[in-house]
Design a protein around this ligand. Structure first.
Ligand code: SAH
Ligand code: SF4
Ligand code: F3S
Length: 461
């Protein structure tokens, strides 16, 4: 080991990037790197980038502009600073990044992180490297398992990648190009990761994948297991109280997964199920592989399996050819489902995707006007959903201290932040909370047992 070197990793985009960033940091720890919260004074800065929309991709160049100044400053002080760019922009336009931002030392594609130590070694000797070929070996085999230190630092809720990549080729989307073809990790590796997390005090695990319900990893019986089957297996891991998964695709919502929602109390009654549009014409042009009615059928099946289930979604407005009538179909779908929340995006043409070449691109002003209308509807829906819990009791997993003295913040099954007065020793417990009021971005309530005890004491007095 050659003393402590400072590493700063900045993650953009989805949870998969957050997970990968943590694995990269874990992998570099044995090389003497310790993580720091700022690029100032860092020996190595890694930007883990997102390419999903134009604005996300362009952000990288402004970040690199700032880093170049820091690097120059470091050089003047005689401290070399390395800059690496990882993730989906690196994968899509590695050479272009090198050209536009010569301060960058290493470009590493989304499937090549396990090669990072070697790449950094070469870069330290002055080489400029672009490594974005999809390798033959599986990066998960070579990447470190989540480290204990890392687990503790991250608290009681953790993410585990189970599937990566996508073969669906929606016409607007870069993911199949930046993440490659779908691969699934074997069941026992995932189970071992989850067991290790549970031993370190993690109570809630979210399984992640670009199309997590397309999961088809090798099981201990030598067969391919579906996500539903995997969830039954993970629900048996001692200490794990809550399971979630994201992001799922409507066409992969099979019976085994729906049954898991019926049978497993640990599987939280909340599904993020992106639909993108409520118009059949637009869904077809997007190559989503399902119709509006098909989506609604999936929602109905899940509700039949678990009555208290709630849904969130993603929407794109202004896809090429989207008319006012198509957009009205999206609004009516939102009304029909009654989502608990949703992410909404203006369509952003991405180089190399079929939709970017389509005629009849929608003008930005129309997109933005539709976006506001959709967001307004979704916010109203979300308020109705959150408000419906006032006067009800929700199970809350207590996560961390709140802003007030003696206050804790936890999560409901629906991922709502819930504030309660409770002792710090209760972090990690799941308690029933009577919801008393709706805050700006959270719910407030009282632990039911605590209130019952106090009521008793008062009655006795
Ligand atoms: N695999 C997931 C989504 C991955 S990307 C799925 O199939 O739904 C996350 C979200 O970004 C998408 O659901 C979509 O709403 C949005 N998105 C993807 N490409 C986009 C683009 N070109 N313009 C605008 N939004 C986009
Ligand atoms: Fe992109 Fe479609 Fe794959 Fe989701 S399913 S990652 S939107 S191509
Ligand atoms: Fe972005 Fe890549 Fe995730 S494009 S959303 S970081 S898969």
């Amino acid at each position: 080991m050659n003393g402590t070197r400072k590493l700063h990793v900045k993650s953009f985009g989805c949870q998969m990037n957050v997970y990968d960033s943590d694995r990269m940091a874990d992998m570099l720890t044995p090389l003497g790197y310790a993580e720091t919260g700022t690029p100032d004074g860092a020996d190595l800065v890694i930007l883990n980038t997102c390419n999903i929309r134009e604005r996300a991709a362009e952000k990288i160049y402004s970040e690199l502009g700032k880093l170049r100044l820091l690097k120059d400053e470091a050089a003047r002080d005689g401290r070399p600073m390395l800059i690496a760019v990882a993730g989906c922009v690196a994968q899509a336009e590695g050479k272009e990044i090198m050209r536009r931002a010569p301060a960058v030392d290493v470009i590493v594609g989304s499937q090549n992180y396990h090669q990072l130590p070697e790449l950094l070694d070469r870069a330290a000797r002055g080489e400029k490297i672009v490594d974005t070929e999809f390798p033959a070996e599986d990066k998960f085999d070579a990447l470190a398992a989540p480290s204990r230190h890392a687990i503790h630092a991250r608290g009681i809720s953790a993410f585990v990648t189970v599937q990566e990549g996508c073969d669906k080729f929606c016409t607007f989307c870069v993911v199949p190009y930046t993440r490659g073809m779908e691969i699934s990790r074997p069941v026992e590796k995932i189970a071992a990761d989850v067991a290790r997390l549970a031993e370190a005090g993690v109570r809630e695990v979210t399984l992640i994948g670009q199309n997590v319900n397309a999961y088809h990893g090798k099981g201990p019986d030598g067969r391919d297991w579906s996500l539903g089957k995997l969830l039954y297996r993970l629900a048996e891991v001692p200490g794990i109280a809550r399971l979630r998964y994201t992001t799922s695709h409507p066409t992969d919502m099979d019976d085994a997964l729906i049954e898991a929602h019926r049978d497993l109390p640990a599987l939280m009654p909340m599904v993020h199920l992106p639909v993108q549009s409520g118009s059949d014409g637009i869904l077809a042009a997007m190559n989503r592989g399902h119709t509006r009615a098909g989506y609604l059928r999936v929602i109905d099946k899940l509700r039949a399996a678990r009555a208290d289930i709630a849904f969130t979604s993603d929407f794109i407005v202004g896809f090429p050819g989207e008319t006012e009538a198509d957009f009205a179909d999206t609004l009516s779908l939102v009304d029909a489902v009654g989502f608990a929340g949703a992410y909404t995006f203006n369509y952003s043409p991405r180089p190399g995707t079929p939709a970017a070449e389509m005629a009849s691109q929608v003008p930005d002003t129309d997109k933005t006007e539709r976006l506001y209308r959709l967001q307004d509807l979704i916010t109203r829906r979300q308020n109705v959903f959150n408000g419906s819990f006032v006067g009800q009791t929700l199970d809350v997993l207590l996560e961390k201290p709140g802003r007030l003295d003696g206050q804790l913040v936890g999560r409901s099954p629906y991922l709502q932040a819930v504030h309660v007065m409770a002792d710090e020793a209760m972090i990690g417990e799941i308690v029933p909370v009577a919801i008393t009021r709706l805050g700006a971005n959270s719910l407030h309530g009282e632990i039911v047992n605590a209130r019952a005890t106090r009521d008793l004491a008062e009655a006795g007095a």
